[in-house]
Design a protein around this ligand. Structure first.
Ligand code: TYM
Length: 333
């Protein structure tokens, strides 16, 4: 069955191995199935829910688009654009915001984590951000949305919004509730400094993540210093229980070497973390170095990236403006 794929990544700098394994690597696999229609969005409207330096934001928009392309997303096969170029996203978001309930948003764990203790000081944008995400997806009738595990709740909210809109306005087929595509084993890559915490762009400890733009030496050093425990490595999944660092490092290795976790467990059974770390650094360098070099090369030609985004936005506009028009008619505008 042909799938309509939509996903987005925020241009907030520090794209890391979690973004790559949890999302971008899968975008490429999905795009390479010729039956799929793929749209990948640099979600710059989402980025400003937390204050961004305008010059840095501009660079980060280009860098995120460059990371898509360098990882293997082909602008000839997939639509790549940045959200702020397509007004339908904001328009749709307002209307859907009138459907979403406060109680639904109050349950969003990511808002609670990001807003921290003092949620009175968080921006309203941060609070309503999952509604904009629903607008992104529903405007394109996306059937499948590839994301990491942390976005699961936002996708459930998107489905709820679609269903409530369809019910309230008696248009059962207008908004299509999407299916999440979340990988079983590698959907949550953890910090290299603490296997119980998600690898994140905003972690102040630089050593907690591998950035897509890290050099070979930086990668080797970060893996060398990654937290471990004192036991030898186990040979079965049961043995990973209660050992988050072993699970994380073996998960990263499995994903990048495209082998299942059972094969990785067999490969390292009874060995030390130092053996795993050596092979892990090698595979990360092998996979990320070409991407990192390609990102730098692409960024040296800003016009090229900008043109890809503008061309992608024209295609996205064509689809989403028609959908938002229908939504407006149904609402009574
Ligand atoms: P963002 O920019 O935080 O992250 C981009 C993608 O990377 C995944 N990810 C991870 N996966 C595994 N392990 C990790 N440690 C890790 N950290 C991040 C995220 O799950 C995501 O798939 N709200 C979204 C962006 C968005 C979007 C959309 C996604 C806006 N509109 C529509 C899908 C569809 C976000 O902030 O992702």
């Amino acid at each position: 069955m042909s799938k309509k794929i939509f996903s987005g990544v925020q241009p907030t700098g520090n794209l890391h191995l979690g973004n790559y394994i949890g999302a971008i690597k899968n975008f490429v696999d999905l795009q390479n199935n010729k039956d799929n229609n793929c749209i990948f969005c640099v979600v710059d409207l989402h980025a400003i829910t937390v204050m961004q330096d305008p010059t840095e934001l501009k660079n980060n928009i280009r860098e995120t688009a460059a990371a898509f392309i360098a990882s293997g997303i082909d602008p000839k096969n997939s639509i790549i654009f940045n959200q702020s170029l397509v007004p339908a996203h904001s328009e749709g978001s307002w209307i859907l915001g009138c459907i979403a309930r406060m109680g639904w948003l109050n349950r969003m764990t990511q808002f609670k984590e990001k807003a921290g203790k003092d949620k009175e000081k968080a921006s309203v944008g941060l609070y309503i951000y999952p509604i904009l995400m629903a607008s992104d997806i529903l405007l394109y009738d996306a059937t499948h949305v590839p994301v990491g595990d942390d976005q699961k709740q936002h996708l459930e909210l998107c489905r709820d919004i679609a269903q409530k809109f369809n019910n309230e306005y008696k248009c059962p087929d207008l908004l299509r509730p999407p299916e999440p595509l979340i990988q079983k084993n590698f959907s949550r890559i953890m910090s290299l400094k603490d296997g119980t915490k998600k690898m994140s762009k905003s972690d102040i400890a630089e050593g907690s993540r591998i950035n897509l733009t890290d050099t070979e030496d930086q990668i080797i050093n970060k893996i060398k210093k990654a937290k471990t425990d004192n036991d030898i490595l186990p040979g079965n999944e049961e043995g990973l229980k209660g050992r988050p660092e072993a699970e994380n490092l073996m998960g990263i290795y499995s994903s990048l070497s495209n082998q299942n976790i059972v094969d990785t467990l067999n490969e390292f059974e009874g060995k030390n973390f130092s053996d795993l770390k050596k092979k892990l650094s090698e595979i990360i360098v092998t996979k990320l170095s070409p991407i990192s070099k390609e990102i730098q090369k692409l960024l040296s030609d800003k016009n090229y990236i900008d043109q890809i985004l503008v061309d992608g936005a024209a295609k996205a506009e064509d689809i989403s403006s028609k959908k938002v028009k229908k939504i407006k008619e149904i609402v009574g505008f």
